[in-house]
Design a protein around this ligand. Sequence first.
Ligand code: FES
Length: 149
Amino acid sequence: MIDKHPLSESGNVISRRRFLALVTHGGWLAAMGGLAYQIGRFLGGRGLETGPSPVVAAGTLDDFLPETTTYVPEARAWVHNNAGDLAALDAVCPHLGCLVRQKESGSGFHCPCHGSEFGPDGELERGPAQRPLRPLTVQTKDNAVLIRT
Ligand code: FES
């Protein structure tokens, strides 16, 4: 006759040691998966996130008045018109991905999440971000403004 554990009707008993090992290893796997995901996000793994299409129609030239900075939500970008030359910056903070806002002074950007500051050309002024805002390519076709994200 086969001995059965008194608490098991099927005879399949997991020892306490085996159960704790399974829970511990499962916890480690979950933690490592979460860590790998966060590292990928931090390093800019664009494949890990869903975002706008690579080329975004941002409007017409008339939408960007000279000497103004305009936010284009479809591209998550800030577009500055400097005497007719359009320049765009990625509005995604290089720290952890919040959207930067224009400073109250109108010159430069700040991140509401952890306080990084960027100059009007996206240069890093204050961390915790370690990199400047990413410049984006702006193209005009006829009267349309296109931003490559
Ligand atoms: S996400 Fe911008 S400073 Fe942290």
